[in-house]
Design a protein around this ligand. Structure first.
Ligand code: PLP
Ligand code: CA
Length: 310
């Protein structure tokens, strides 16, 4: 679209946006909570939205938890009750993608967490590779002699604490063996995960890039900003983009996906983004950067409480 001006969502505009919405998609970390601590007032805000009859869905790039674990975390932090089908995590969406893209019986070589493995098992996809890798021989040149699983037809890369050179070698071997018949899928490209006090740890994007570099091909990404994640929501519920609000704390994932899918986008400043970044995109005059500009912002989603009434 044309140039946007991001406005604070309050008062009459807030009432109108919420009245027009029947579905709200919430990014999780940085919006509802930071790590284990709920954002103050966030649970109450979602409680009122649920009471007002809004459909609440959760869209997260974190591939490190199962849908069941999200349902439990929402419950533990006092959010309104959610069912697994309201949770669209990159682990679940990756499993959904492979279920539709792989022939029956085909397996995935997985750089990822036990949660990613569990989501694959839930849709019946055999997998191998998760957990620490045993070195297949004394030197990398010997590793390429170890047998490969004949059923593997995809390499899936998610958040993997046990990522290693040995696993990277194995991923490359499967991709070279299968050529274009071996899918390369990444859960998300987040480059860094913010921790308290300005610290950060490398995100899944670093791991995806390593495999892409080795294989010299581009992965299909299921997570935000790819619209595949929204398509998963739209496949499960009858959502009208014009009546859907995407709430997120990150411009290059949450807001970009929302804008690309024709949703109303709302940035909250409780996460990784400062308002100056929005102004930078907005004032750049660069058409390609307008997709990073949200329609609205709030300091916190708890700012919506006053317009949600009793
Ligand atoms: N990936 C990992 C491994 C994470 O731990 C997190 C946040 O905790 C994210 C991605 C980003 O998640 P979200 O999309 O909910 O902000
Ligand atoms: Ca986030």
């Amino acid at each position: 679209g044309g140039p946007r001006r991001c406005r604070r969502l309050e008062g009459e505009a807030a009432r109108a946006v919420l009245a027009n919405a029947d579905t709200l998609l919430f990014d999780c970390d940085g919006v509802l909570w930071r790590g284990e601590a709920a954002v103050s007032g966030a649970a109450e805000t979602l409680g009122k939205l649920a009471a007002a009859g809004k459909r609440l869905c959760y869209v997260t790039n974190n591939s490190g938890r199962t849908r069941a674990a999200y349902v439990e975390k929402l419950r533990r932090l006092g959010f309104p009750p959610a069912e697994p089908r309201h949770i669209f995590s990159s682990a679940f969406c990756a499993a959904r993608y492979l279920r539709q893209a792989l022939p029956p019986g085909a397996a995935a070589y997985v750089l990822g967490s036990p949660a990613l493995a569990a989501e694959l098992e839930a849709v019946g996809i055999p997998h191998l590779g998760t957990g620490p890798a045993a070195l297949p021989g004394p030197a990398p040149a010997d590793w390429v002699k170890a047998p490969l699983d004949p059923a593997v037809r995809a390499v899936l890369v998610g958040f993997d604490e046990h990522f290693s050179y040995a696993k990277l070698c194995q991923a490359l071997r499967y991709l070279l063996r299968g050529g274009p018949d071996c899918l390369l899928v990444g859960t998300n490209r987040d480059h860094r995960l913010p921790l308290e006090g300005g610290a950060g740890i490398p995100g899944t994007g670093c791991l995806v890039k390593a495999v892409e570099t080795a294989a010299q091909r581009e992965a299909f990404i299921v997570g935000k900003p790819n619209r595949f994640m929204f398509d998963c929501v739209a496949g499960e519920f009858p959502v009208d983009p014009a009546r859907t609000v995407m709430v997120g704390d990150r411009l290059d994932t949450d807001i970009l996906m929302g804008n690309d899918c024709g949703l109303t986008t709302l940035l909250t400043l409780t996460g990784v983004t400062a308002l100056d970044e929005v102004r930078g995109h907005q004032d750049s005059g660069c058409p390609a950067r307008q997709g990073l500009v949200p329609h609205y912002y709030v300091d916190s989603i708890a700012d919506l409480l006053p317009v949600l009434g009793e």
